[in-house]
Write a protein that binds this ligand. Sequence first.
Ligand code: SAM
Length: 340
Amino acid sequence: MQKLIDKAKIEHTLSKSEIVDILKEDSINQYLFKSADEVRKNFTGNEVHLRALIEFSNICRCDCKYCGIRRDNPKVERYRLEKDEILKLADFAVLSGYKTIVLQSGEDIFFTAEYLAEIITAIKKYDVAVTLSIGERSYEEYQVLKNAGADRFLLRIETTDENLYKKMHPGMSFENRKRCLYDLKSLGFETGTGSLVGLPEQTIESLADDILFYKELNADMVGIGPLIVHPETPLKDEKNGDLILAIKVLALTRLLLPDINIPATTAMETLHPQGRIMALQAGANVIMPNVTFEKCKKNYEIYPDKVSVDYSKLETDLKQIGRTISKKHGFRGNSDRPLT
Ligand code: SAM
């Protein structure tokens, strides 16, 4: 098994059955994490990129079975920020030194591509990258967003098991999800995808397919999150995802896509106080602190007890593991290419 990992460190390829073998064998976990950490260091360096996350609307037309802000959860107090409020948060993030603003929301079509374009244009007056995470739109809408200056787009495939995808996402189409990702790629967005680890009935084989899908798409960013069960969703009686398995998926993703950006996700730290640091030492190089107004944060509850980043603790923790906070925009391969 160690030989397989050594091969992946050099060639950045593994077959499906090799990935399955590694995912199933826990005795090699430390070797896998150490190897992914070395690849991360060689390809992206010791800098950790901080992205300021603004959750600007929790209104969603989708009904994903795992998500706390799903359309059919009547207990959610819904909110939608005004353009000026979003820009105020972006100002704050820029003044605080962030080099990327991430605009995330439920699938809220009140925010037309044209309206979002106005917001993007206003933010792009600053020397920052803009990442969008707003869900599925048409090619034409994505084009408007790209033309306005958006640099990156996050859209997790969630799972590549088509049957499971259908069960988890009533009324949505797996084909359309993939279409969106390929459209985003072809429009020149740095494109992020990723999966939920621990969905009911998800197999190790399908997690291996997920990793191979990231490679096939040539994803620029991959976010892996363990499922955290929300009590007001149809998955309320399921178990949380396995943190170690999620970190293994992350580490294998780093071996196969050595220069991409991989966040240590909030869901990982929510499951375990050391979860974020463990991810940073197994291939991750990005953290996304939430800069949304406090009154909104509590209503953007995709899962319960979401932790926030304690900035001063983060600085100390990063120092302890030999990492620094980047002052760059942090595109793929730790590049600081001219912004659009
Ligand atoms: N609407 C946009 C989209 O679909 O891409 C962005 C917002 S969506 C709430 C962001 C991510 O939250 C999803 O990609 C999903 O993986 C994650 N998420 C939702 N519910 C979750 C849960 N219960 N546990 C862990 N992650 C969850």
